[in-house]
Design a protein around this ligand. Structure first.
Ligand SMILES: Nc1nc2c(ncn2[C@@H]2O[C@H](COP(=O)(O)OP(=O)(O)OP(=O)(O)O)[C@@H](O)[C@H]2O)c(=O)[nH]1
Length: 368
């Protein structure tokens, strides 16, 4: 059940029109509306919803024909978003985004000063949206020197915007400014958090996923495949004689080589929904959902060939005069009683055999 707000009550009391209220009654009403706007600023899920509640509240409680909030872009050059409420229709000849060089709202934004227009027909900048509008009051929405937009109020009465009414709208604009500022801070924080989350999951050198990301994905895929009964495969890829490469060509060259290999690992599984990550040092891991041992082994063989085809020179290798890799492959239907790491352990043993057998080779072992 929803309770009537102070604003609703005042809207109800509009049977006694604004013009017939005495000064103290009006003052009390303005104070109540301001309190109500403050409450509205705390409701709503999105900034747009909050701003809509505020203009609705103003238009419902006071004899303003139109109440709108027009927000600026970051450079303050264009109005880019508008919410409005009111009892009369608007037919504006301009559409968003519109430059601040146009209209009385533009003048308000450019000057940073409130604009009281007691006769809109006599104002050269006024853009008519409805012929019944007689007066207009525009207030900059500014928070600590930063202009966010303009609060626009239009009335069909020429003398509605008294000093007292204007002062209340100045306060409403301040309230809106705080709300917009807070929403923008929250949005920036969310973006920064997303960026941090991405950074914490990616490898700084190669740009692919890191070990942390792999560990998470392995647990997820292990559980998912244990449920579905599908086969999950893993390729553990290790560069041969990488220490010797660093020693012979320097770490910068070694780094560049790791970047190239990371790019190739990602490329070879393109379109397969595989998860490719840097497992550590000169090791990469490819996690292949729904993949059986034979397919994974074939992929390993392809990868070995494609690494050779890159023909990255390796003057200190005991296998060839270019970079080669050894690959351990494991696959099987995950046993929910076993830990996910058992898939790595099997691939690691297979990798050991590939190294022991002379390197530049693929050894595959089933997890069954
Ligand atoms: N350039 C560079 N080198 C790294 C990086 N991370 C680890 N390494 C080096 O990778 C080398 C790995 O050496 P090892 O584990 O002995 O392996 P390996 O020389 O490839 O020998 P095999 O695997 O038996 O063929 C070490 O010298 C590490 O310093 C990195 O980010 N950049």
């Amino acid at each position: 059940m929803t309770h009537p707000t102070a604003c609703d009550e005042y809207a109800h009391q509009q049977r006694s029109p604004w013009g017939e209220r005495d000064a103290s009654d009006r003052r009390a009403m303005l104070t109540e509306i301001l309190a109500q706007v403050s409450m509205e600023a705390l409701q709503g899920d999105t900034l747009e919803a909050v701003l809509q509640r505020i203009v609705d509240c103003v238009a419902r409680c006071l004899p303003v024909a139109i109440a709108s909030i027009i927000l600026l872009n970051d450079d303050d050059t264009h109005f880019v978003q508008e919410v409005w409420s009111g009892g009369i229709g608007l037919e504006l000849p301009i559409e968003l985004p519109w430059p601040v060089t146009i209209g009385a709202a533009g003048r308000c934004a450019r000057s940073g000063e409130a604009q009281l227009i007691t006769d809109v027909q006599a104002d050269a900048d006024y853009v008519p949206g409805n012929r019944d509008v007689k007066s207009e009051y525009l207030v900059p929405i500014r928070h600590r020197g930063h202009l966010h937009g303009v609060l626009n109020l239009e009335s069909t009465s020429a003398d509605f915007f008294t000093a007292e009414v204007c002062a209340m709208f100045d306060a409403v604009a301040l309230q809106i400014a705080g709300t917009v500022h807070l929403a923008r801070v929250v949005r920036e924080l969310e973006l920064a958090n997303r960026k941090l989350e991405q950074l914490s999951m990616s490898d700084g050198l190669t740009g692919i996923a890191n070990r942390r990301s792999f560990d998470q994905r392995l647990v997820e895929e292990w559980q998912r495949h244990a449920q579905s009964g599908e086969s999950l495969a893993l390729l553990l890829v290790d560069v041969d004689c990488f220490k010797a490469l660093n020693d012979a060509c320097g770490h910068v060259f070694g780094d560049e080589c790791l970047r190239e290999l990371a790019r190739l690992c990602a490329e070879i599984v393109d379109g397969m929904q595989a998860h490719v990550s840097r497992y550590g040092g000169e090791e990469f891991v490819l996690l292949l959902p729904g993949c059986d041992l034979d397919t994974a082994q074939q992929l390993g063989v392809d990868l070995c060939r494609r690494v050779e085809a890159l023909a990255i020179g390796h003057p200190a290798s005991v296998i060839a005069n270019h970079i080669t890799v050894s690959i351990g492959v494991s696959a099987g239907r995950p046993d929910p009683r076993q830990p996910p790491e058992s898939l790595i352990a099997v691939a690691d043993r297979a990798l050991y055999l590939a190294k022991a057998g002379g390197r530049n080779a693929v050894v595959a072992r089933s997890c069954m």
